[in-house]
Design a binder for this molecule. Structure first.
Ligand code: 4AD
Ligand code: MG
Length: 461
């Protein structure tokens, strides 16, 4: 007999033989009847199994404990109890895997998120992480669908790279050299000729530079992959390994870029509301009573578009005493971003035209000589969710900026070549996948929206 998933069983008509498999969430009852709540991960909802203990081996009944994996054959019947339409009247039960109640860590409900992080190998079995991981999947699917429907090409950019896209120097080095015996040259420097790639390499912080090469041939591309940043930021919004979606479009000016970013985020949020309501409702009720309202608001409001300089004026006039004082030229902190979004405008804000000194070398320079055509999308509760820009397409200006920043052109000749051969106006942006998930799930720590978080001093699972 074929197994039916719980998500399907809950919508089947009673009066048929079924086979269910899954993990026991709870067992209650007495000598005469046992009620088992079974979950198989296909939905946040459990199916109730009703069993007459007299019909089963004593050992089998004893081993049906929270966390155990069981297989149940029986009849799907209309449920007498409230809370579910159907349940299974058990005829055969097999215990596939026991979970000793004295040792299984998820015995009770209501563990702290901190504790659950320490058992990342088991936390997917909780309602909360089941919901988050199903939503994570749905968002990944929605993202591919959004771009595929628009004719964008999914470009796979390398994870191992010889260049630092963001120029922040926060890269994890990749090497096969023996750290106890590093090959040196005569002058004492490291002899990278003897390393695997015969050059220094790192894990990428962004697929953008290669993405731009793709856009200059295929027109519109996007990347969707892991990125790595060795910045030592222990915050609820930073991971050392996170996933990023980076569309890159030929012939887009900054306004087209903003339009796409806004449409894209709204599409993802709407997709979640349309397709993940069971899970979102659970998270709304358990963690964040304003979650659904916030998601609906984002779909229905036009994002504010505002130059950085005006944003700074608003912050200075606010009278708020920020931890980091505001001055034109500073890199905005999340307290500033959240003030603009949550207090001042009460809606998402796209901030543009940042000072060139706090942004990356590749951004298109404005005529004022001070600012670049950058755009950051700022969200309630999150702060920056998207960073992007129009790119500098002029060979002359790009080379001048690279020189000004004392960057090594040796590693970037191939990138500069795109400005030499058939250069075109183009733009793109990067959405932090986990930041999107923070917003959509209402979780408050980024460690809780990725299965196995990588942060400073943690890489256990
Ligand atoms: O603003 P960032 O650094 O932009 C880029 O990397 C560009 N190359 C993107 C582009 O134009 N193609 O990063 C983009 C987004 C941020 O807005 C944020 O959402 C996310 O990536 N992000 C992080 N998410 C989690 N942990 C971190 N340490 C992150 N750093 C950036
Ligand atoms: Mg940024």
């Amino acid at each position: 007999m074929e197994r039916t998933k719980v998500s399907k069983l809950l919508n089947e008509t009673p009066g048929q033989e079924v086979l269910a498999k899954g993990w026991v969430r709870t067992k209650r009852g007495n000598k005469n009847v046992a009620f088992i709540a079974l979950n198989d991960g296909s939905t946040i909802n459990n199916i109730q199994i009703v069993a007459d203990p007299a019909m089963f081996d004593e050992d089998v009944m004893k081993n049906i404990t929270t966390g155990a994996c069981i297989s149940v054959k029986g009849e799907l019947v209309a449920s007498m109890g409230s809370g579910q339409a159907v349940e299974i009247q058990a005829k055969e039960i097999e215990v596939l895997g026991i979970a000793d109640p004295n040792e299984y860590p998820l015995q009770k409900k209501g563990h702290s998120m901190e504790f659950l992080r320490e058992i990342a190998h088991l936390r997917p079995r909780t309602n909360t992480f089941g919901a988050v991981l199903r939503i994570r999947h749905a968002m990944a699917f929605a993202i591919h669908k959004f771009f595929n429907d628009k004719g964008f090409v999914y470009l796979h950019t390398p994870l191992i790279t010889g260049s630092d896209c963001e120029g922040a120097g926060a890269m994890f080095q990749v090497t096969t050299m023996d750290l106890n015996n590093i090959p040196k040259r005569e002058d004492g420097s490291i002899d990278y000729d003897q390393d695997f790639f015969a050059r220094p390499t790192s894990l990428t912080v962004s697929g953008q530079l290669e993405g731009e090469l793709g856009a200059m041939a295929l027109g519109e591309i996007y990347t969707f992959g892991p990125t790595f940043r060795a910045e030592n930021s222990n915050t609820p919004r930073h991971l050392a390994e996170f996933w990023m979606i980076e569309p890159e479009m030929a012939f887009y000016e900054i306004k087209d870029n903003m339009d796409l970013a806004e449409e894209f985020i709204k599409y993802c949020v709407k997709y979640a509301l349309d397709n993940c309501m069971d899970d979102i409702k659970f998270l709304n009720d358990m963690f964040d009573k304003e979650l659904i309202e916030r998601l609906e608001n984002v779909i229905n409001t036009e994002f504010v578009r505002l130059p950085y300089t005006e944003g700074v004026e608003i912050l200075k006039a606010s009278g708020v005493k920020f931890e980091y004082p505001v001055e034109w030229g500073i890199d905005l902190q999340s307290e500033h971003e959240r003030y603009l979004v949550e207090q001042h405008f009460k809606k998402p804000v796209i901030l543009t035209d940042y000072p060139k000194d706090i942004k990356a070398f590749y951004m298109k320079q404005n005529d004022d000589g001070k600012t670049v055509r950058a755009m950051d999308v700022l969200f309630p509760k999150i702060g920056e969710i998207i960073g992007g820009s129009q790119r500098e397409e002029s060979l002359e200006k790009l080379e001048a900026r690279i020189k000004e920043l004392n960057m090594d052109t040796k590693n970037l000749w191939w990138y500069i070549d795109t400005r030499r051969f058939g250069s075109a106006p183009h733009s793109g942006f990067g959405l932090g996948f986990e930041r999107l998930l923070l917003f959509v799930t209402g979780m408050s720590n980024i460690r809780d929206v990725i299965p196995f978080p990588r942060t400073p001093k943690t890489a256990e699972f």
